[in-house]
Design a binder for this molecule. Structure first.
Ligand code: IVH
Length: 687
């Protein structure tokens, strides 16, 4: 390769990999498979090695992918890591494991050492700090130097202990992974698909997205799980043992969740045995793993081997290849969603993949179909790797039969026959007939009635009947249905009609954020609706908001802002909202939103000084328990919450006005039991 050519390719790879990193770590929505990513990274590494004159400290080979959002819109405070939080060098080849071992051997000049082999958990990295046995901080990996402070969310993960037990060190920093077990992942994605929200591509993305939610109560519901695997050898706690595995055993005694699936190996054969065993056995685990991590076990050896800019020299990850199956495409359906998006779905000759029979797989969009040049009767590769909807990842051209037929993406809506449109920059074709396309109308009604929206007792067949009889064309029509009308439905008796009417009545109590979600505004998922509702407080303000104002809300970018504005600009939508409001639906945030308890109701609290957690966290805690945080002391102040180095002026004023001064410990005692008691580390049946 010529120098100029190498330079261009290096630049191209750097840009592409940076973008892929952003899609993976920030958007939690990867665009290529891990293996494809690793191969591109490998190509870049090789080129940079061959052409050292193009070295750049900014290259993705020199930095870990950052999970911090641009402009720090994520809403989390960032804090520096005490020790950089790096990545692992990885490989798909066993030969490279041998090379890793001989490199280490050479640097250690023949010293004896062993390996600790562990599972490579496929979640999102977390760093926990305990001070005097108390959990004080949880940071994400961020850019490796600083991470997002997700302490409040980490407290919602049931197996992260708030307090350590036994003979724990005064100061402990321990790292690990936050995972979403398959069961919780499937449940979450099923719901997202039903709501036409983009499902998470895999449990890793779901875990990472969930850890960064703004509402800790929502985090609690996500069923996250934590496993810890690393105490930095340079940290004080590491002096308590000679080896990594002994240190982890101690951590387990302090009540921390440590995986039992680790093994000390003396040589390469034992490492390979461990790899081969788990390549099969991992399919029985309740959470995703994507490889094996091989670590040099002796801590003094780890210290001597040290780090490169991006990863330790004392560890390497062997990655498993994703599971695939080969089968035949029988036909392709084109589904019309409630937003009009057309999704091609292939019907397949049934095939066994990762323990389940796969009959259908998504093709995502027309572009992807064209890229693959997929044809009916083609043999295709189907991948699952944690995702609940399998996807087609390639065509085996060598098996293409002579009777294969090109798959033609329709030019019109399969339901209402309107010509399809595709906006610039969009991957999907849409049926533009949103007002009249029956599939879209029925889809919107079904979305409106769904459990996470208004929770009205109406499934697909009820909606179908109501629509076909001309009784319901929009959600507001549902509230005008009468008992005789319902009794005219086939198979409906008095009891079913009454139950349906009851559920309609109950739905009027559904909080505003769910009403907003139920409207089915394009791109406004459950979580986004919540953020918007809390930000604006009521429907009038949402409808009056401009794009710029909307884009200030967490999770709302230009596309979502534009979609909301389009919705509000449509007179028919406004009329619909008016009718819903007239039927008595909640159109403003209830006082209680986001509240956990009322323990601090009516209390006006001033805070001063430093606490075991950030001041922001303390403020949120006050608000979530019904209290009010105020910045200055007055006769109305209920008490001063004083941390270390509390302002002397505030203390003096409290004494003058006879206002109680309370420390953090006593403050926490005011909160409901579950917020402060020692979490019992449930070993569950997971590890
Ligand atoms: S040790 C200096 N052990 O894999 C890095 N990492 O691809 C020390 N990971 O960033 C990390 N399982 O988030 C370690 N048993 C394990 C792991 C593990 C998963 C993650 C970790 C790391 C990433 C690198």
């Amino acid at each position: 390769m010529e120098k100029a050519e190498a330079k261009t390719r290096i630049e191209e790879l750097r840009n592409t990999l940076k973008e892929y990193n952003r899609r993976y770590y920030v958007d939690n929505s990867p665009v290529i498979s891990d293996m494809e990513f690793d191969f591109l990274m490998h190509e870049l590494e090789t080129l940079e090695r061959e052409w050292p004159e193009f070295y750049s400290p900014d290259s993705p080979t020199q930095r870990v992918g950052s999970d911090i959002e641009d402009n720090n819109k994520g809403g989390f405070v960032q804090r520096a890591h005490r020790y950089p939080m790096l990545s692992l060098s990885n490989t798909y080849s066993k030969e490279e494991i041998i090379e890793f071992a001989s490199r280490a051997d050479k640097i250690l000049e023949g010293r004896e050492f062993s390996y600790c082999c562990e599972l490579k958990f496929d979640g999102t990295a977390i760093c926990l700090s305990y001070s005097h046995g108390l959990l004080v901080r949880a940071l994400t990996r961020g850019d490796g130097q600083k991470g997002d402070d997700v302490t409040t969310n980490a407290r919602m993960i049931s197996n992260i202990p708030q307090h350590l037990k036994g003979d724990y060190p005064e100061d402990l920093e321990i790292r690990g992974e936050v995972l979403m077990p398959y069961q919780a992942f499937d449940k979450l994605n099923e719901e997202r698909i039903r709501q036409e929200e983009a499902p998470f591509a895999n449990p890793r993305n779901a875990a990472s997205g969930s850890l960064k939610l703004l509402d800790p109560q929502e985090v609690k519901k996500r069923g996250l799980y934590c496993t810890l695997y690393h105490i930095p050898a340079q940290s004080p706690a590491a002096s308590l043992a000679d080896s990594h595995s002994a240190l982890l055993d101690k951590a387990a005694q302090w009540g921390l969740p440590i995986s039992e699936h680790k093994r000390i190996c003396r040589n390469i054969d034992e490492i390979i045995e461990f790899i081969d065993y788990w390549d099969v056995k991992r399919k029985e685990l309740p959470y995703a793993t994507d490889g094996i991590v091989i670590k040099i076990n002796e801590l003094d050896c780890q210290r001597d081997l040290g780090y490169t800019a991006k990863s330790p020299r004392w560890a390497v990850a062997y990655k498993f290849k994703a599971e695939r199956a080969c089968t035949k495409v029988l036909s392709i359906d084109y589904q019309v969603g409630r937003t009009g998006a057309i999704t091609p779905v292939a019907n397949l000759e049934p095939v066994l993949l990762a323990g389940t029979i796969v009959k259908r797989a998504t093709l995502n969009n027309a572009e992807q179909m064209a890229l693959m040049d997929i044809r009916i009767n083609d043999s295709v590769y189907v991948e699952k790797g944690g995702e609940i909807i399998p996807k087609i990842c390639g065509v085996e051209l060598s098996l293409r039969p002579s009777d294969s037929r090109p798959a033609v993406f329709p030019s019109e809506c399969p339901d209402c026959h309107s010509p399809l449109v595709k906006a610039e920059g969009e991957a999907k074709y849409f049926c533009p007939n949103s007002k009249l396309c029956p599939m879209q109308i029925k889809g919107r009604l079904l979305h409106f009635t769904s459990r996470k929206a208004m929770n009205i007792l109406a499934g697909e067949s009820t909606i179908e009947q109501l629509y076909n009889l001309g009784l319901a064309k929009s959600p507001a029509d549902l509230y005008e249905l009468t008992a005789p009308e319902l009794l005219s439905l086939e198979g409906w008796k008095e009891r079913s009609a009454l139950r349906f009417l009851d559920s309609l009545r109950e739905s009027k109590k559904v909080p505003f954020e769910r009403v907003l979600f139920a409207l089915g505004i394009r791109y406004v998922g459950e979580q986004t609706a919540k953020e918007i509702a809390l930000h604006f407080g009521n429907m009038d303000k949402v409808l009056a908001a401009g794009e710029q104002e909307l884009a200030e809300v967490k999770d709302v970018g230009d596309v979502i802002a534009q979609s909301i504005c389009e919705f509000s600009a449509d007179p028919q939508n406004r009329r619909e909202v008016e009718r819903l409001a007239a039927s008595g639906l909640q159109m403003e945030v209830a006082e209680q939103a986001g509240k956990i308890s009322e323990e601090l109701a009516g209390k006006i609290i001033v805070i001063s000084g430093n606490f075991s957690v950030s001041r922001e966290e303390i403020k949120t805690l006050i608000e979530r328990h019904g209290g009010k945080n105020s910045s200055s002391i007055s006769s109305k102040t209920t008490f001063l919450l004083a941390g270390s180095k509390a302002g002397p002026e505030k203390i003096r004023k409290c004494e003058e006005l006879n206002i109680p001064i309370i420390n953090e410990e006593d403050f926490r005692k005011m909160l409901p039991e579950e917020m402060r008691k020692e979490e019992i580390v449930s070993e569950l049946s997971l590890f």
